[in-house]
Design a protein around this ligand. Structure first.
Ligand code: ZN
Length: 677
């Protein structure tokens, strides 16, 4: 599970333990450029230099392993995405002589492609297309080809290739959405994501799954051959087990993982890597489970996420998108998060749901605040701010889970965003003041609670027979689970224990932080409409969950008053206690739905409150937000690692650099995946 966006953005950095920014940090450049709806921000990984040489070298190989698999994520987004990228990158590299206006538009499209790992918008899941005509692009390609670009091949010349890809690149109505879970349509036919052959229907898959044919739901593409469905498993093979789809990438990933093993922090971590290698070879989910069980217990300073992880892109919520992230613990900040984790049982006992769904927590969940070194695929260039893994309920219940809060990502978000949005949409001056003073801490606390005591909490009903609740809630599980985690944070926002844990110094501050969090929740519930263009419904699970909570509170309590001033709509919380009670009521029901796998109730709740948007409010929010000209999302330029070699070409150290240039980094990444063994 990943936690995607800050509820709000503030420029105030509340560093717990008050680490003062040095002058050098203040002069730092975060914002690099604006590309249409996106802003590009440089990520800094403070503390990398202080790692031991061994840790740095370990991180370096993990970083290369992540890069070696990166193209898998792009191929998963659309079956033609990699060749489209190659085409645009070649034109970009050999652009001399192309009219400025045309190459500027080509560059804009390419940058958005890089940020989104394909040509579908990460927020709306809708296709975006170049702002030039097909003819213009054809001419540009011809010029680039004369300059030396490799655009066609011996089997297919440039023009044939362009004609084949014309609809995919230029027609926004052809396969318009990557993932589409609109009720009463065929989710598989209407989703362009490359997890299913295009001629497969949802019904076919359902029938095939019911007959017990699905063996690798997480790491396979479902294809149709001779009229029959089968899984193309994503695996490298190992001699006995045949190679599967993506084997060339996975072999490279394995190669770098093997290099990392001698530099692992201890035997446990070395074993963790070996288990991951084994899983990439066999593609067997039982092997992935073994890896995860080991990974959950791995507490080494440098840690990673690698493989087929989050399932948001699959309309059925089963197939994992490639993701890589290498990071290290931020010790100072982690203390606070661990404090929260220590009280996991305290919070579980006070949950508003029925006792039968309360979990006995025998191991304190691992909760780390980390600094990211580099992420790709599902975690980069667009990055979550919190992550809780593994996703499998069985492991979470038996072995616990690991939560990470991405400190340097949050910091970079905050350093690159101002208070304009809050000032426009806050109900009153009090709300702005609270946001200025407590916005950052409320955000941090919310994310920490969402991950550590949110996703980590609760127990499935025995009625499910040990199966994962997500198996019973296809298409609805993720939204439901994100809702649940957010509600847990809101339920405890005013709990005195927060003071003991160290987030607030006294009762008054606690109240202010809690109120800030509630205001952020309400504000996020409608200001997010600025991100969805002309869609009349939401697709992304976190956005759905936020709207669900917002609408539920508005429709089932008198806690929030909506008022019009000068033609503008404002939502003001007038009764925090009542809002909390409503949160508790909803949370109890959401937990029950999850625990019992009650698909009918999930459908009703989510389709009623989370799916359709109020189009009048959407238009108003967009017209107000457009005047502020704020970006809708952020893509990060990641730090880069370079080996320091001795005269015998043995690696002796690793240097970290900050490239400050999206195009440079992305072209380097692409080149890397072409040149790996
Ligand atoms: Zn989450």
């Amino acid at each position: 599970m990943k936690y995607l966006h800050l509820l709000s953005y503030t420029i105030l950095i509340f560093t717990i333990g008050c680490k003062k920014s040095t002058n050098m940090e203040e002069q730092r450049i975060y914002k690099l450029e604006r590309v249409g709806p996106a802003q590009v921000v440089q990520l800094y990984s403070d503390g990398f230099e202080q790692l031991t040489t061994k840790e740095k070298i370990f991180a370096y190989y993990l970083y290369l392993a992540g890069l070696a698999g990166r193209d898998i994520a792009i191929d998963q987004h659309h079956r033609n995405a990699l060749e489209v990228r190659e085409l645009f990158e070649q034109v970009y590299l050999y652009q001399s002589g192309i009219e400025k206006n045309i190459i500027d538009k080509i560059t804009k499209y390419l940058k958005l492609f890089w940020i989104n790992n394909g040509f579908y918008d990460n927020l709306t899941s809708k296709k975006f297309v170049p702002e030039i005509t097909f003819e213009d692009f054809k001419n540009a390609c011809t010029i680039a080809e004369k300059n030396g670009a490799k655009l066609g091949s011996s089997e297919e010349n440039l023009i044939t290739k362009l004609n084949r890809l014309k609809e995919v690149i230029f027609n926004p109505d052809f396969e318009p959405q990557m993932t589409n879970k609109t009720p009463n349509i065929d989710w598989i036919q209407e989703s362009a994501v490359n997890f299913y052959d295009r001629n497969i229907t949802y019904q076919e898959v359902e029938k095939w799954v019911k007959a017990g044919n699905e063996k690798n739901p997480l790491n396979s593409k479902i294809v149709k051959e001779n009229g029959r469905l089968l899984e193309k498993i994503w695996r490298a093979g190992d001699g006995k087990i045949p190679e599967g789809m993506y084997s060339n990438y996975l072999k490279n990933v394995i190669y770098y993982l093997e290099q990392a093993i001698p530099y692992a922090a201890n035997e446990h971590q070395a074993k963790t890597i070996s288990l991951l290698i084994n899983y990439f070879k066999t593609g067997n989910l039982e092997d992935f489970r073994k890896f995860n069980i080991n990974w959950v217990k791995d507490t080494a300073n440098v840690d990673f996420i690698l493989g087929f992880i989050e399932v948001y892109l699959d309309p059925r919520g089963q197939k994992g998108e490639w993701e890589s992230s290498v990071f290290f613990t931020n010790l100072e900040q982690t203390k606070l998060m661990n404090n929260l984790a220590k009280y996991a049982q305290y919070f579980e006992d006070r949950a508003p749901w029925q006792d039968i769904y309360k979990k006995k927590i025998d191991k304190t969940p691992i909760a780390n605040v980390i600094n990211v070194i580099a992420s790709t695929g599902g975690a980069g260039p667009i990055s979550p701010i919190g992550i809780n893994l593994p996703n499998e309920q069985f492991i979470r219940e038996q072995y616990g889970s690991k939560s990470v809060l991405l400190h340097n990502i949050v910091e970079a978000y905050e350093k690159s965003t101002g208070l304009e949005l809050v000032k426009e949409f806050a109900a009153d001056e009090y709300e702005i003041q609270l946001q200025e003073k407590y916005g950052s801490i409320a955000d941090n606390l919310h994310t920490a609670m969402h991950e550590v005591i949110g996703h980590g909490s609760g127990k499935a009903s025995e009625k499910l027979g040990g199966k994962d609740p997500s198996d019973f809630l296809p298409g609805y599980y993720n939204t439901l689970e994100e809702t649940r985690a957010d509600l847990v944070a809101l339920w405890y926002a005013f709990d005195d224990k927060i003071i003991d844990i160290g987030y607030a110094k006294d009762g008054e501050e606690l109240r202010h932080i809690g109120e800030t969090m509630y205001q952020q929740t309400i504000r996020a519930g409608f200001t997010q409409l600025r991100r969805i263009g002309n869609s009349d419904q939401l697709e992304e699970d976190h956005m759905k969950n936020r709207q669900l909570i917002f609408n539920y509170i508005l429709n089932n309590s008198n806690a929030v008053k909506s008022e019009k001033r000068n033609g503008k709509t404002f939502f003001k919380i007038i009764d925090y206690q009542q809002m909390r009670e409503t949160v508790g009521k909803l949370l109890s029901e959401v937990m029950r739905i999850k625990a019992e796998g009650d698909i009918e109730a999930a459908r009703k709740l989510i389709d009623t409150y989370g799916l359709k948007v109020d189009t009048k409010l959407r238009d108003e929010v967009q017209s107000r937000a457009n005047k502020l000209d704020l970006p809708l999302y952020t893509g990060f330029v990641m730090p880069e690692l370079e080996p320091v070699l001795d005269p015998e070409s043995k690696i002796v150290d690793v240097k970290i650099t900050y490239p400050m240039d999206l195009a440079k980094q992305m072209l380097k990444y692409s080149k890397f995946s072409r040149t790996v063994r």
